[in-house]
Design a protein around this ligand. Structure first.
Ligand code: R5P
Length: 368
């Protein structure tokens, strides 16, 4: 059944958002009633709060889909989460954050190397959130399969969350004969979904490559959480000017955490010589004796970061921490950082690594 034939898309149905609003009204009434009776709460039990969060997430998703895709439905049901094999931790965290159920999904490989996914159960009329990072070619194919499988199982609406979007950095044809890989991938992903959320894409403008509504999710404020509490005269440094807004976001979020010094921001000038060679030129900022947090969207080969850490070490910074949204950490990246003298590496769970110190689930849930 394609979208055009989908009976859930007909305009004459009662918008199901109303049902969710009614659900939330019931909870509001419950709270008001408790307040009225002077009971210690207006506080809801854990299961009531979970129900409220589920309804809220569902209603938000419904509102967006009803607005952006013209989808309307009769029955009240929570959206369900389907996870890619590379996004298990994040999908679990998102389920815990929102109270939305996880669909049982399995991933196998045929003898010839081709992959196959299976989503269990009947998803007829369900709204589904597919959460799948695409750090490899196989993960890209797996995402397309998941989108197709949930439609095949009857899902009426699909939101795709790309915690890490592979190929996003190839957002232009940098050499004659090259493709715009980010656009090619975005077009393919768009065929199986009604809406896309991309966590900190290298450039927000790549969202325009999708042919369905797509928007970035900014998880950078969460990067302050795993940083050590007592930073000494902190400097939040971007390895190039493009990453300066990220460094500023993390500085501001860190300042909001406690009564320590808010810290300054600055950036290095970066020149990329090849995919594995960069030069970073120090800024004028005084770093001797200070704690420095170098902030970037991606640490891939670790070349950029290890250069920055080495320069900061030579200028006698006290401790140098790395904070990034996407800890790709390919090949020997982690040991490169260690040899350069890093004091700690903190990433998120857009990719599942030992360095995934904080979940982006709250930022994704907010946008759902
Ligand atoms: C590029 O502009 C990005 O923001 C990162 O700085 C880059 O992808 C890091 O790559 P690598 O770790 O390979 O130096």
């Amino acid at each position: 059944m394609n979208r055009r034939d989908n009976p859930h898309k007909t305009a004459d149905r009662t918008p199901y958002v109303d049902d969710h609003h009614r659900g939330r009204d019931v909870l509001r009434t419950l709270r008001a009633d408790r307040r009225g009776r002077g009971l210690l709460g207006a506080r809801l039990s854990r299961s009531e709060a979970r129900t409220a969060r589920t309804n809220e997430a569902g209603a938000r998703l419904d509102r967006t889909l009803a607005t952006e895709s013209g989808f309307t439905r009769h029955r009240v049901a929570s959206p369900m989460i389907v996870s890619g094999s590379a996004s298990q931790s994040l999908a679990a965290a998102l389920a815990a954050e929102t109270g939305l159920p996880l669909v049982e999904t399995s991933y196998e490989r045929f003898t010839d190397g081709e992959g196959i996914v299976r989503v269990e159960g009947d998803l007829a009329g369900e709204r589904v959130v597919v959460v799948a990072a695409t750090p490899t070619d196989a993960a890209h194919v797996e995402l397309l399969q998941l989108q197709d499988a949930v439609r095949e199982a009857g899902a009426s609406a699909v939101v795709t969350v790309l915690p890490y979007m592979g190929y996003a950095r190839q957002d232009a044809a940098f050499d004659p004969g090259h493709p715009i890989s980010a656009r090619a991938v975005a077009r393919a992903v768009s065929t199986g979904t009604d809406r896309v959320l991309v966590v900190n894409p290298h450039k927000a403008a790549i969202c325009e490559f999708f042919s369905v509504p797509a928007e970035p999710v900014d998880a950078a404020p969460l990067l302050a959480e795993p940083l050590p509490d007592a930073l000494d005269a902190p400097l939040f440094l971007a390895p190039d000017e493009n990453a300066l807004p990220l460094a500023e976001t993390v500085r501001d979020a860190n300042a909001g955490r406690g009564d320590g010094e808010p810290g300054e921001i600055d950036y290095f000038e970066k020149t990329r010589l090849s995919s594995t060679e960069v030069e970073v030129a120090p800024s004028d900022a005084e770093v001797a004796g200070r704690d420095v947090v170098v902030v970037d969207d991606i640490v891939a080969t670790g070349t950029t970061m290890s250069e920055a850490i080495a320069v900061l070490g030579a200028r006698e910074a006290a401790r140098v921490f790395v904070a990034c949204v996407h800890p790709v950490l390919a090949g020997n990246a982690r040991t490169k950082l260690e040899r350069a003298g890093v004091s700690g590496v903190f990433g998120t769970d857009t990719l599942e690594r030992a360095e995934s110190a904080v979940s982006v689930a709250p930022a994704v849930a907010e946008k759902l």
